[in-house]
Design a binder for this molecule. Structure first.
Ligand code: PNS
Length: 162
């Protein structure tokens, strides 16, 4: 069985992430979306909320499951006996960071873990969770960025009525 993990912060999931999830789910038999519980960051949504949001957003994709993890990605991947990481590449600006992570993970895993990159669909090339939160915090329109139920949850976090 071909299995992969798609790790990330997903704070919150955007249409860009969902595009990658859908495309990766066609290629792998099982895709685990792994939400990082990073105690060093203060996310807008708790890890539990991010997991729930992802569960709802991917409920129609049968071979996708959602988990959370903390610590090193290589340790988590080893526990799961996973050998492929999925990541999206939006633009050249993502490349250096992603290349460094991919190479570090390959080294730390003693070459047991490879990263497979999906180039983001052009319509989502501009999209990031950070941008979405910035727009929403000023009451801007994020309907083209995230599913409606996610949008409502973001506005609620910022105390914005639309
Ligand atoms: O959505 P993000 O924030 O770009 O995802 C980054 C993520 C979660 C993939 C990366 O920060 C990660 O794997 N963190 C876990 C800690 C770790 O293993 N760090 C070393 C990677 S080189």
């Amino acid at each position: 069985m071909k299995a992969a993990i798609y790790p990330g912060s997903f704070d919150p999931v955007t249409y860009g992430h969902l595009d990658i999830i859908k495309r990766a789910s066609y290629i792998f038999d099982e895709l685990t979306i792994s939400v990082l519980n990073n105690v060093k960051k203060t996310p807008l949504f708790s890890v539990e909320e991010r997991v729930k949001i992802l569960e709802e957003a991917t409920k129609d994709i049968p071979n996708v499951k959602i988990e959370s993890f903390s610590g090193l990605l290589v340790d988590y991947a080893r526990q799961k006996d996973a050998h492929v990481i999925v990541r999206g590449l939006r633009a050249i600006t993502d490349f250096e960071y992603e290349l460094q992570n991919a190479q570090t993970n390959r080294l730390l895993s003693k070459e047991e873990l490879d990263t497979m990159f999906f180039t983001t669909s052009l319509e989502y090339a501009y999209l990031s969770s950070t941008t979405v939160k910035e727009i929403a915090s000023f009451g801007g329109d994020i309907s083209s960025c995230v599913p409606d139920f996610v949008g409502r949850m973001i506005y609620e976090k910022y105390g914005i009525r639309r």
